[in-house]
Design a binder for this molecule. Structure first.
Ligand code: FEO
Length: 395
């Protein structure tokens, strides 16, 4: 992918990763991009780099615009290696002594990734760097989503380099929101649910602060996916909405099954929910990736978790999912457990324990049935679905 001019003198020079399908446990069926940006000014400035194996592509893109050796400053908005992995190659090419601007935590974290003694220039929140015709203002965004994260803002262009925030894992020929239309929104929501949900209260504070500051933003350039230039307020507002996690009348039934008994319960629960007018999403964990399930949970009011008892414990995919869910700390939701067992039957109790630790509200002691559900057990599952649907109506 060739460099693209975003506004006069500011270019996308990143790399498209068409083939990545697993981004540290997050499924990326449409690949991703590692966005880096070049500002041509009196001081030529590179914003972020790319994953290590794409460093030559970044340098080739820069070389189509300017000799990389003419870069004066490098800005590292975030240490994670999908954005810093290219730094050693870039610094070697442009000159190891070139100033490298980052947050104070960025300096500490970069030094723990790379042995090179670069010319670090740590910046304060609100610090300003004059590039000539333009200035960069640095805004620390600690824990959005790493301690080192920061944004860089070009006041003269009303353009925000937002690091991971407002990104999406999407690889395609499009570089801008107006080229993608609505198709980008599922990826933006999935990205929020999997990368930023844990920090939702901080996102909300940031969105409110940016709104109060009246910071003019015409363009948002994230480190992944497309650039928001048509209506950047739309993604900022979406972040506010997703952070609030206002529950819809929707229930996610997440489960795995050995011999379809737990699946039959899931389907009966879904029918009961449906009967109350609740949107029911039964999601089998070997058909739906954990990162897609968490995206569905983002705006759901209820979560039902089902597992057969296997070797006196949970089915492995269910434990995997509950661990992932617990780490992302979603807002309080109504919850219940269900599952089939043969002789010991620990699964429902174990799920309940996990759901309580997640601080979900258990609406029912849980439905456990021995071996294969008969008509009465199917009716019990249907009624559990109804009970959850009726409770959601009262929310
Ligand atoms: Fe895209 Fe936190 O790295």
């Amino acid at each position: 992918m060739k460099p693209i001019e975003i506004v006069k003198g500011i270019y996308w020079v990143g790399a498209v990763d068409w083939n990545i399908r697993d981004f540290h446990g997050y499924s990326t069926p449409q690949g991703t991009t590692y966005n880096a940006y070049l500002i041509l000014d009196d001081k030529v400035t590179l914003i972020d780099t790319v994953k290590k194996e794409f460093a030559d592509r970044l340098l080739d893109n820069i070389a189509q615009i300017i000799d990389p050796k003419k870069i004066d400053y490098v800005i590292s908005n975030h240490t994670e290696m999908d954005h810093s992995g290219g730094l050693p190659r870039v610094m070697h090419k442009i000159g190891e002594d070139k100033p490298l601007y980052c947050s104070k935590m960025g300096q500490k974290n970069l030094a723990l990734h790379f042995p090179e003694k670069w010319n670090y220039q740590p910046v304060e929140n609100g610090g300003v760097l004059n590039l000539g015709k333009r200035t960069l203002t640095f805004l620390e965004t600690r824990m959005l989503h790493w301690p080192d994260s920061m944004f860089s803002y070009v006041k003269e262009e009303e353009l925000l380099f937002s690091s991971d925030a407002f990104g999406q894992h999407y690889a395609g020929p499009e570089r801008f929101d107006d080229q993608m239309g609505e198709a980008i929104w599922p990826q933006a929501m999935k990205y929020f649910a999997n990368i930023l949900l844990l920090y939702a209260p901080l996102v909300l504070q940031l969105v409110e602060k940016v709104t109060q500051m009246g910071l003019a933003i015409r363009t948002i350039c994230p480190d992944h996916g497309i650039i928001w230039r048509k209506d950047p307020a739309k993604i900022i507002n979406a972040y506010g909405e997703w952070s609030r996690q206002k529950p819809k009348k929707k229930a996610v039934i997440v489960y795995d099954t050995m011999w379809q008994s737990t699946q039959k319960l899931a389907e009966a629960i879904a029918a009961g929910l449906d009967q109350t007018g609740t949107e029911a999403k039964p999601l089998h964990l070997r058909a739906h990736h954990r990162s897609d399930v968490i995206t569905e949970i983002l705006d759901a009011g209820a979560v039902l978790v089902g597992s057969p008892t296997m070797n006196n414990g949970l089915f492995p995919t269910v434990m995997d999912f509950l661990t992932y869910l617990k780490g992302l700390k979603p807002n309080k939701k109504i919850a219940a457990a269900f599952g089939s067992y043969g002789w010991s039957g620990e699964a429902v109790k174990l799920i309940n324990k996990e759901l309580e630790e997640i601080k979900f509200e258990l609406i029912d002691p849980g439905l456990k049935i021995k071996f294969v559900p008969g008509p009465q057990e199917i009716e019990d599952a249907f009624q559990l679905g109804q009970k959850v649907g009726q409770a959601l109506e009262k929310l």
